[in-house]
Design a protein around this ligand. Structure first.
Ligand code: GTP
Ligand code: MG
Length: 460
């Protein structure tokens, strides 16, 4: 049986309530040692899932804090181990002191995500549900939250289980054929096996169809705002953010470091990056800023390329146009409140680019809704919130596992058509089953688990 872990589960800082959480075989006996109730009743004798008033007491009998304590017995706890939660006052010193006391009495400090990892290892949730917990914590929009809740509720888990079990069925039949070739076991007709495998493949494809959207909601869209100096990048950044986050001045070369903030457009999280204006510069600080701009451009999912409509197209605009040519792009003409020098018709031709063009004034907030719509339309058709409930996949790893499973089923089908031996068919089938198992966790390697749970915070 694994050891007992403990952690502070609330953010460290001053607040109304802080929680120290304990899970494992000694959770109750540790609570018995550190908690004193007015009735002298021990936590191990408490009713599960009820709050109890009392004090945390150190080894010399001194009161550390006045608390509410709950015990959750293994059969219904988050981790499926005996668990204790101490609701104390939230202050750094008091929380640390209670945690230290719990550790002195036999627990060890939990690793990131270890409570959720135990819930997974003890079979309460599958791996996709464990990942959904992080999705909920990190959700940046309501639609993102909705998709994560669906995954925690087990929408993906159930679907994967269904498909996997159908494939396991076929494998049992084929293995019987391999093990007892002489016996008169009625081997399912190849057509029937094919039909089952085809059905599984179709189910996988249905989930894959919306994989891109699921990943967008979870990961967001990295959106870089770029252009030569002084075109109004920071002004647009602030306008979209609806706050004065970045410095705006009439001096070209104002922004040096990249600034990133997340905004919610129609339910999609967009990570907006304001960048330094790109031009030739001898200034060391500005040069470093420009290198960062170019790195942001490379990483960006979408680029908002801004042109100052009140100035002629210059060589800097053309240079940037070459750099962003292969990116998903929106071309923005800013400062339309001023007399215009740029011709809307000739703009794409002058820059040798193909892109949708939106004209705005960042400072007068003209056409911003139009721009927001163009941004969201470029990544998503239809209503985001209502489709969020149907999205099953939330990350690239899940998508890749599904693609592997689909490919294995394609190979399986070709194998049957070519009448290869059952042994080879069984290998393809195993590949499909194992790939699905990487999503649910049955066949996920320790490496994968380590990578997933290390993203969690301590105490979750
Ligand atoms: N008239 C007008 N002025 C604008 C508009 N957008 C920005 N400006 C002005 O243009 C100047 C530069 O704006 P910034 O937002 O700092 O431009 P930037 O592209 O971030 O500039 P750098 O950080 O130097 O690359 C400021 O004086 C803004 O007030 C606009 O739509 N209309
Ligand atoms: Mg700027």
């Amino acid at each position: 049986m694994p050891d007992t872990i403990a952690a502070i589960s609330t953010p460290l800082g001053e607040g109304g309530i802080g929680i120290v959480r304990i899970s494992g075989k000694n959770a109750l006996s540790i609570a018995d040692k550190v908690f004193r109730s007015p009735q002298e009743k021990k936590p191990s004798k408490f009713e599960s899932h009820k709050l109890h008033y009392g004090h945390i007491i150190d080894s010399e009998g001194r009161i550390i804090d006045e608390v509410l304590l709950s015990v959750m017995f293994a059969d219904r706890s988050y981790t499926r181990e005996d668990s204790v939660e101490i609701n104390c006052h939230s202050g750094i010193v008091v929380l640390r002191k209670i945690l230290d006391l719990v550790i002195e009495n036999g627990a060890r400090l939990a690793e990131p995500g270890e409570f959720t990892k135990r819930a997974f290892l003890n079979g309460r949730i599958d791996l996709s549900q464990a990942e959904a917990v992080l999705g909920i914590i990190e959700a940046k929009t309501e639609a993102g939250l909705r998709a994560a809740i669906g995954q925690l509720e087990g929408h993906l888990a159930v679907k994967i289980k269904e498909i996997r079990e159908a494939l396991l069925d076929i494998r049992t039949q084929i293995e019987a054929e391999i093990d007892f070739p002489e016996e008169d076991i009625p081997f399912v007709a190849p057509e029937e096996v094919l039909k089952k495998a085809e059905r599984a493949k179709t189910e996988i494809e249905k989930v894959l169809e919306k994989a891109g959207q699921g990943i967008i909601l979870r990961k967001g869209i990295l959106t870089a705002i770029c252009g030569k100096p002084n075109v109004g990048k920071s002004s647009l950044f602030n306008a979209l953010l609806k706050k004065d986050r970045a410095i705006v001045t009439p001096v070209p070369g104002t922004t040096r470091d990249t600034v990133e903030e997340v905004i919610d457009l129609k339910g999609i999280p967009f990570y907006l990056v304001d960048t330094a204006g790109i031009r030739e510069s001898e200034n060391l600080v500005e040069k470093e800023g420009i290198i960062r701009s170019q790195n942001s451009l490379k990483r960006a999912d979408i680029v908002l390329f801004i042109i100052d409509g009140s100035r002629d197209i210059e060589k800097e605009d053309k240079q940037i146009a070459r750099e962003v040519k292969n990116k998903k792009l929106l071309l923005i003409i800013n400062k339309i409140d001023l007399p215009q020098k740029v011709s809307l018709q000739k703009l794409c031709q002058d820059l040798d680019l193909e892109a949708e063009v939106v004209s705005i004034s960042a400072t007068e907030e003209r056409n911003l809704p139009l721009l927001e719509k163009a941004i969201t339309d470029s990544v998503w058709q239809g209503d985001v919130y209502s489709s969020a409930g149907d999205l099953l996949i939330s990350n690239l790893r899940q998508k890749e596992s599904l693609i592997k499973a689909r490919q294995a089923l394609i190979n399986f089908k070709q194998g049957i058509e070519k009448e290869v031996s059952e042994e080879f068919l069984a290998i393809d089938l195993k590949e499909a089953i194992d790939s699905l198992g990487e999503i649910s966790g049955e066949t996920a390697s320790d490496d994968i688990l380590e990578r997933i749970f290390s993203k969690f915070c301590i105490g979750k």
